[in-house]
Design a protein around this ligand. Structure first.
Ligand code: DAH
Length: 366
């Protein structure tokens, strides 16, 4: 094969130049302080356009007797440089990790974060749960129902047919002729009986709505309904359950009294008072002044109740509520009112304004 002209560096002894290159590259690799510097050195000395790469590519053009030694020397430089590069790369990575760990070290002498304020349950929620617990302890289950309710369940099936005078007492929000915002939790009595044959023992907490607003009335407030239907239920059962409730919520010394009342869906109906916990039922404070909480009467009204009217059972008779066979009692109470009485809250609207200065005072029971 005819001798080819070769490029200038190789025209001298390429192995000398290769040693020069190795030295230069090794210094560049050692000097690299960051991964980017190292990559730059790799491209410069081993990359596609590197001098060493050119040497390796041109081996074939060397005179036959030079190919072996030059090729060997060039390869040895390449292998050596690759090894150096990878060593240096590991060393840089280790140093970077070390630096990161050093930076992350925790100084335990620094002051900690200030304590975060923790919230607590709203007074109404605390009271609802407290009341639920009492009835669950007596064997009642907790169920909930719709706030947007059919007129049928809110009124008609509770023995208040259209044009019944008692409807006007409810200050109802009508959404249409047939749909209302429920004015009480009582509609769940009929819904629950439709869903479950007797016996039934339930309490129904929830929001109710009336067009009314002053210190003791808000357009939305909370009630808990109770319903017990079984064979041989009497007014004495209602009395026993309510006494238990009154003592659990207002104190073990409390008494209750039932006054005759009127609700369309109970017969007989009663209004229930608890003996006043501010004056222990005496009507007078320790200094002889008239007790303002019970207005000197010694009693505070807490709820309405009664024996389920047979007409109500008439709406669910096919579900097994035969008024000749089963009896029941029902009651309904205002959760917010119970909380107001218990904690001396003077204005119902405070419950729903969300003012933290008010709410914070009731953190203990959370
Ligand atoms: N639903 C009545 C109201 O909101 C309260 C009530 C009274 C519920 C007597 C009852 C009951 O279950 O038997 O005024």
């Amino acid at each position: 094969m005819a001798e080819q002209p070769i490029t200038p560096p190789l025209s001298e002894d390429p192995t000398v130049r290769l040693e020069e290159l190795r030295g230069e590259a090794e210094r560049a690799i050692e000097a690299a302080a960051r991964a980017e510097d190292l990559e730059e050195a790799r491209v410069r000395y081993l990359g596609r356009k590197a001098e060493l790469t050119a040497v390796l590519r041109s081996i074939g053009q060397l005179p036959a007797d030079r190919r072996g030694p030059v090729g060997k020397a060039a390869n040895a430089v390449r292998v050596a440089l690759e090894a150096r590069l990878s060593e240096r790369s590991s060393a840089l990575e280790a140093a970077a990790l070390e630096a990161r760990l050093g930076g992350d070290r925790i100084d335990v002498t620094l002051p900690g974060d200030p304590p975060r304020p923790t919230g607590h349950l709203h007074l109404v929620t605390q009271t609802r749960r407290e009341i639920e617990d009492v009835f669950v302890g007596l064997g009642f289950s907790v169920v909930e129902g719709p706030e947007v309710e059919l007129d049928y369940y809110n009124f008609t099936a509770l023995n208040m047919p259209p044009a019944h005078p008692a409807r006007t007492l409810h200050d109802t929000f009508y959404l249409s002729d047939e749909i209302v915002l429920r004015t009480h939790t009582s509609p769940m009595q009929v819904r629950a009986m439709e869903a479950q044959a007797p016996p039934i023992y339930i309490v129904v907490p929830g929001r109710v709505y009336r067009r009314d607003s002053d210190a003791t009335h808000t357009p939305m407030f909370h009630q808990i309904e109770g319903l017990a239907v079984d064979e041989d239920i009497t007014l004495a059962d209602l009395q026993g359950v309510l006494l238990e409730f009154a003592r659990a919520v207002f104190g073990p010394e409390r008494e209750i009294r039932l006054r005759s009342g009127y609700f369309p869906f109970t017969e007989p109906s009663v209004e229930v008072d608890v003996s006043c916990f501010a004056c222990a039922g005496t009507g007078a404070l320790a200094d002889g002044r008239r007790d303002p909480l019970c207005k000197g009467s010694g009693w505070i009204e807490i709820l309405g109740a009664g024996m389920v009217d047979p007409n109500v059972f008439g709406f669910v008779e096919e579900r097994g509520y035969d008024p000749e066979r089963v009896q029941g009692f029902a009651f309904g109470l205002g959760i917010d009112r119970i909380a107001m009485l218990k904690y001396g809250v003077p204005d119902l609207r405070l419950m729903f304004e969300g003012d933290v200065r008010f709410l914070e005072q009731f953190g203990a029971g959370a």
